[in-house]
Design a protein around this ligand. Structure first.
Ligand code: KG4
Ligand code: ZN
Length: 346
């Protein structure tokens, strides 16, 4: 069996081929990051146009590198949301066309479900690690923060971003500090040089004791600190002052601590044996280290995604679609539409 995955929900055009066991045969990701960098964020109209231009070539390259022909594909899996509608429609229409022309099934996949299962995949093309239910999933990206319990038959939401998503906050703060886009990887590098204890930002929390995330207070606090110190304008990473590195280290520590705090909150409420971390922010080195340590101390198994699979990619979409296909079989897809909102477990 061969599975084709398509992902166009945001600023990455990606096509992947997996085999029936979930081994990645190819996973081509064409990033438009540079097109959007000058605007400091993703411009939806530009994203759709580039998906439309790039998808055919990315598809060809993916098939070529998997040594597969379109005629050999047995199942198409495509992201149908959440994301930018115009961008999603490019992949979804292509997926429908391929499935219809070939007379094969199509699975519409939640982008977040794609991230959720990505820690089990092997970027090196090895068979995926076995998925043992139940496990807890923490998906942290540029648009989302979702904390869920994944059971055999359903996904139970436990917490979500109450305001800004963590990746979004990394991006906004980095932009305000004149550091560039996307902010996550830049802050990650700077924080290693900084002293997180110099600026101990409080861990954000809602008063009602919920497990929801809140990062907008932290963002405002950072902006105030930057303004008070007159930090603005473009700064190259090499020229960053010790003070700014310390600020970024404190800021990152506060985000990591909040994410771990919510997992600790779940652990106090229910049994927890396995945690799978995913999404663009799962590339963060401090988060990976802190969570690994936290898990070790509590005998909780931590599944971290290969760094190459933390960002948006079609392999994770094909993999999540394959799980659903195995569970539920083929579904009618002609009426399937793109969804800008689609929380996990809904
Ligand atoms: O999952 P993703 O590629 O796209 C969305 O679905 O949003 O996540 C992108 C986000 C960006 O906000 C980016 O700044 C963040 O992931 N990111 C990081 C790191 N690498 C990427 N955040 C923190 N540390 C990183 N090393
Ligand atoms: Zn994503």
């Amino acid at each position: 069996m061969k599975i084709l995955g398509l992902e166009t929900s945001c600023d990455e055009t990606s096509v992947a081929v997996l085999d029936g066991e979930g081994r990645i045969l190819s996973n081509i990701v064409s990033s438009q990051m540079e097109m959007h960098a000058r605007y400091g964020g993703v411009v939806p109209e530009i994203a759709s146009r580039h998906h439309l231009e790039n998808l055919p070539a990315v598809l060809d390259e993916s098939l070529l590198s998997a040594r597969a022909a379109l005629e050999e594909i047995d199942l198409v899996c495509v992201t149908a949301g959440p994301g930018l509608i115009g961008a999603l429609l490019v992949g979804l229409s292509a997926g429908k066309a391929i499935a219809f022309a070939r007379g094969i099934p199509l699975e519409t996949v939640s982008h977040l479900e794609g991230h959720l299962y990505s820690p089990f995949l092997s970027a090196a093309g090895d068979p995926p690690r076995p998925i043992i239910h139940p496990f807890h999933g923490l998906v942290v990206s540029g648009g989302h923060a979702e904390l869920v319990r994944v059971e055999e038959e359903r996904i139970v939401p436990l917490g979500h971003a109450g305001d800004d998503a963590p990746g979004e906050v990394f991006d906004k703060v980095a932009r305000r500090a004149g550091l560039g886009y996307p902010g996550g990887p830049i802050v990650d590098r700077l924080a290693r040089r900084g002293n997180a204890r110099r600026f101990p930002f409080k861990v954000g929390r809602f008063n009602d004791g919920s497990l929801n995330f809140t990062f907008s207070g932290l963002k405002s606090q950072l902006v105030r600190e930057l303004e008070a110190r007159g930090i603005e304008g473009e700064t190259s990473e090499e020229d960053v002052s010790g003070e700014l590195a310390d600020l970024m280290a404190g800021f990152q520590r506060s985000i990591v601590d909040q994410l771990v705090d919510r997992l600790e909150g779940v652990r106090r409420r229910e049994p927890m044996e396995r945690v799978a971390l995913s999404g663009g922010v799962a590339a963060n080195s401090e988060l990976r280290e802190t969570l690994s340590r936290w898990g070790k101390e509590r005998e909780i198994q931590i599944f971290l995604p290969d760094r190459a699979l933390t960002g948006d990619n079609a392999a994770m979409i094909a993999f999540a679609g394959l799980q659903r296909f195995r569970r539920e079989g083929a579904r009618a897809f002609f009426a399937a539409n793109a969804r800008s909102r689609w929380p996990l477990g809904s």
